[in-house]
Ligand binder design. Structure first.
Ligand SMILES: *Cc1c(COP(=O)(O)O)cnc(C)c1O
Length: 508
């Protein structure tokens, strides 16, 4: 058995393939009630002529998956302060809503007049996002934050091309940006121009001025930025970029601090994605599904991907079931799908990740406008409270009022060979998911901490106490940190090798 990393854990439990005994089965198929069919010709069949799957009993199978689920960390198990990822609690009512048969059993090929309820959910969600974002229109199509970025930057390019400004091929990205920003730019075929941050953690205005000319397609800006800081000279940044004919893309993944407090569309952002799977509590991690809705101001709205759900009066659009006059009365309005005039086209099949949209809708309706504002207030309060507890344990990067997260440095001067990675791994032994590590890139030994609004003061205090205790260990017994984690199913991994040469398949 070759287990380079991953599934083989304490070493005691056999893997599912090792449990396999010919003839065992975990399924009971119903009796065949259709005529038996011929197999396809042998040339189309796999060699050997069966899938090499483990043969196990139902009990073996159940234990296998339950055991695997217990090896994972989850927000439902404990604190998960993964900065920029907004690992907040996912209320279970969202799951109940997504499982309602009326939603769960609809099919994307159904005629729109049979899915008016689904379209209403999408329309109201669009309207709520429009309202809190300060945008003219919103699409729900993109399936992730990065996908929203791609959509937004494609729209920016389309806007310039539409005006004949073909020379606008450069996108400015601050050095504190999430890696998806330059990646998106490259995918659109535009050139990345990196600008530094100043000593207060803002984008460096002088550096920005130096690159601002008529080759600029736009700026991608995260606000609050990945240091958890609000751009102090945002108005000047906007004036500068718009002044040289560029557009401003908002990376809205960090929207958790702003709801009901500031509208990006009013702050000067032209187009922005929301991470519904961060801010609006739909489950995430492990690769999706997610949703990266995109909002745009008036001048960019015509370029949004379609379809967008609109509510119209039947007399304007003609309702499909209006033959019966009584029904026509009843259905005086009708949700229908519209593709904007200059749309960049679809970015996702059908309606986007509808079940994720439904969860975000439920979350927002449960909280209401007041509740969403309170979420942001509490997220900011929790981050600043936790920072006040961590400040005397680890140095804080750019220690001014933070928004929803802050960045500490895993640097202990009296224990110079202890690194942020050691602290992060040791936190696992204390029962906490580590913070985001070594991002943002501009902070040495970064530990990016985002507590979110859903954590109690007791949890935040316990986390600070763990950090304090780890600091003590660093001074007295640093080996215990270097060898951490000690209690996790797998010990310290060779993360570079795991990323470069992942072993994703069991190999006999
Ligand atoms: C999470 C995140 C993204 C990307 O979102 P995905 O849904 O993971 O693609 C982009 N920018 C920032 C700042 C983020 O935190």
């Amino acid at each position: 058995m070759k287990a380079e990393f991953g599934v083989r854990c304490s070493g005691a439990e056999p893997l599912i393939y090792e449990l396999s005994k010919p003839g065992r089965t975990a399924t009971t198929l119903p009796a065949l009630d259709v005529p038996e069919a011929e197999l396809p010709p042998p040339s189309l069949l796999r060699e050997p002529d069966r899938l090499d799957l483990p043969e196990v009993s139902e009990l073996d199978l159940v234990r296998h998956y339950v055991r695997l689920s217990q090896l994972n960390w989850a927000i439902d198990i404990g604190f998960y302060p993964l900065g920029s990822c907004t690992m907040k609690y996912n209320p279970k009512v969202n799951e109940a809503a997504a499982r309602l048969p009326g939603f769960a059993y609809t099919h994307p090929y159904q005629d729109v007049h049979t899915v008016q309820g689904n379209l209403m959910v999408m329309h109201v969600l669009q309207e709520m996002l429009r309202e809190i974002g300060g945008f003219a229109a919103v699409t729900l199509q993109p399936s992730a934050g990065a996908h929203g970025e791609l959509t937004g930057v494609l729209m920016m390019r389309a806007y310039h091309l539409d005006r004949g400004e073909n020379q606008r091929t450069r996108i400015i990205v601050p050095d504190s940006a999430h890696g998806t920003n330059p990646a998106t730019t490259a995918m659109v075929g535009l050139e990345v121009v990196e600008v530094p941050s100043d000593e207060r953690g803002n984008i460096d205005l002088e550096a920005l001025r130096a690159v601002c000319d008529d080759s600029v397609c736009g700026l991608m800006l995260t606000n609050p930025n990945t240091l958890g800081l609000f751009e102090e000279r945002l108005a000047e940044v906007m004036e500068l970029i718009h002044g040289c004919g560029g557009l401003v893309y908002g990376d809205g993944a960090n929207f958790n601090a702003l709801m009901g407090i500031a509208r990006p569309g009013e702050l000067g952002f032209d187009v922005m994605h929301f991470n519904l799977h961060k801010t609006f509590s739909t489950p995430h991690g492990g690769g999706g599904p997610g949703a990266g809705a995109v909002g745009a101001v008036e001048k960019l709205a015509p370029f949004l991907p379609g379809p967008i759900v609109y509510l119209s009066r039947c007399e304007e659009v003609g309702c499909p079931r209006a033959a019966d006059p009584e029904e026509a009365e009843e259905e005086a309005t009708f949700f229908h799908l519209v593709t904007p005039l200059k749309s960049i086209g679809r970015v996702k099949a059908f309606y986007g990740n509808f079940a994720i949209l439904l969860r975000a809708y439920t979350y927002m309706r449960m909280l209401g406008a007041e509740g969403l504002r309170r979420v942001s207030e509490m997220a900011v309060l929790n981050a600043n409270y936790l920072k006040s507890q961590v400040r005397d344990i680890l140095p804080i990067s750019h220690d001014r009022t933070h928004m929803h997260e802050f960045v500490a440095k895993g640097i202990i001067p009296e224990a110079p060979d202890v690194r942020a990675l050691d602290i992060a791994k040791r936190l696992i032994d204390y029962g906490f998911h580590p913070p985001t590590n070594y991002f943002p890139l501009i902070v040495p030994e970064a530990l990016m901490i985002e507590p979110t609004e859903t954590e109690s003061k007791e949890t935040l205090d316990a986390f600070a106490a763990a950090l304090r205790s780890i600091r003590e260990e660093a001074l007295t017994d640093p080996a215990v940190l270097h060898e951490a984690p000690h209690t996790a199913p797998v010990r310290r991994l060779d993360e570079v090798r795991a990323a470069r040469q992942p072993v994703l398949r069991w190999q006999p």
